[in-house]
Write a protein that binds this ligand. Structure first.
Ligand SMILES: CC(C)(COP(=O)(O)OP(=O)(O)OC[C@H]1O[C@@H](n2cnc3c(N)ncnc32)[C@H](O)[C@@H]1OP(=O)(O)O)[C@@H](O)C(=O)NCCC(=O)NCCS
Length: 179
């Protein structure tokens, strides 16, 4: 917790330094400009924080912007043979530098679907963070299926077990897991 607070403070200081540098050219002007400077400095702080901070956001599918929808569609089609985004109610998105690099679809009945992370960002705990977010925001049990015919079925089974999911049942084609 202390490390997180320190990291946030360092980021704020850094954003502040950049914002000050960007807005310094106005510094000897009159009151109106000073006021403008203060506003633009604050906007700069927010802008740089948005660029730097990794964010998990939860959105209704209907509220995704065109940019977000395109990026999610791209991630899904890179990782799965079919795209079922239109059947989900919500999505958990993982953003780095304002780009979406992680997707998790959530159906009305608390089923998690099509979890995927951009290959460049794997093995950094991003999927784990999104699963934790799903657990935090959803009431009752959460569920998911693992297709038994995937190239990575065994790794996925281990991955979800490591994240606290238990097998509810298995049949010839899939595992159903819950947490
Ligand atoms: C599965 C996936 C979402 C994991 O994302 P991630 O951000 O790298 O995951 P995390 O960093 O939180 O956890 C790393 C764990 O992922 C698992 N993993 C590693 N490579 C994997 C692979 N090729 N396929 C599946 N899981 C993998 C391992 O359990 C690893 O933990 P370990 O290093 O202790 O063995 C990502 O590999 C992916 O997008 N795969 C393709 C899409 C997919 O198969 N989705 C699952 C649908 S059920």
């Amino acid at each position: 917790m202390q490390i997180q607070a320190l990291a946030i403070k360092t980021l704020l200081d850094f954003a502040n330094v950049i914002a000050t540098a960007v807005t310094r050219q106005d510094s000897f002007a009159g009151n109106f400009v000073l006021c403008k400077k203060k506003i633009s400095k604050n906007l700069c702080v927010i802008y740089f924080l948005c660029l730097i901070i990794n964010m998990i956001i939860v959105k209704y599918i209907n509220n995704l912007t065109n940019y977000e929808l395109n990026r999610c569609n791209k991630l899904i089609t890179q990782n799965f043979t079919n795209n079922r985004i239109n059947t989900y109610e919500k999505a958990i998105l993982y953003k780095i530098n304002n780009d979406i690099i992680g997707f998790l679809g959530i159906s009305h009945d608390n089923y998690l679907n099509q979890l995927c992370v951009d290959v460049k960002y794997r093995n950094k705990g991003i999927a784990t963070d999104m699963l934790n977010e799903a657990r935090n925001i959803l009431d009752d049990k959460i569920f998911l299926f693992i297709d038994k015919n995937k190239y990575n079925t065994e790794v996925l089974l281990k991955f979800y077990k490591k994240n606290g999911f238990l097998i509810e049942y298995e049949n010839d084609v899939e595992y159903k897991m819950w947490k």
